[in-house]
Write a protein that binds this ligand. Sequence first.
Ligand code: URA
Length: 289
Amino acid sequence: MNSETCARAEAWLRYAADLRLGPYHRVRASSQSAAVESQSALEQAQRPENEGSLGGRSFSSDRKRSEPSGVSTLEDGRAVPTSPAIRISSGSSLFDERVEDDSLPRILEDIGPHCTRCKLHKARTNIVFGVGNPKAQLVFVGEGPGHDEDLQAEPFVGRAGKLLTQMIEAMGLRRADVYICNVVKCRPPENRLPEKDEIATCSPYLFRQLGVINPKVICALGSCAAQTMLQTTQGISRFRGEWFDYHGSKLIATYHPAYLLRNPPAKSEVWKDLQKIMSYLGLELPKKK
Ligand code: URA
């Protein structure tokens, strides 16, 4: 096991112990887990003789078997391309536990008001849990709170947040219609990226938030969110704007608003991604001039 996998496994075991979950050896046949694998591994697994196993993990699902490679079927029967390099599998996984009767207040309670599970607690002012409609059809996931978010205990309220709000409004929605949260709930010092151990410690709470809200669409803002949810190390530009299956939701990754502040020409790419989301959610698209 490499050190990253070890850190993740340790964080999950600590987290499971926190939740007083039972031992991991029981059968979880109905659970779903995310598995992101390289194209070659995927292709190998898709050969009939390898179906059902990928590096020792359960891989293929009945649903996937009936779909053409690279295509997912939306609820309304339309086919959308799904990245050939990244797949969500169903089947048992060490990293997959469901909390019975879970709810957003319960997750917040489990995090606790004085969380010290990772080193980010040392410099934070507030834990930034998430905001918006708990039954949202659309969830935006960023990487972690910045300075303003840390002070206000609300995600995306600084400069990047104002741009995100404009993006949401351009979709014909209000902030209160969607749910907004981050991979890590405490501000990384100097606005650095969250580190692997911090992500491993905090991301189970994000996964539970997504499980409770169960939105139609999850929009990952930037690499950190996309890589965490899709469990990949690929750069976001490789899969930005593509649809993925994520535990019954559709997931799409786009550039982070902070990146757009530094690189405004990329806004047109992001707008294309947002329009894909609008079209999937049945929101009215702007008329072409
Ligand atoms: N950037 C993020 O990723 N999240 C926030 O909440 C604010 C800025």
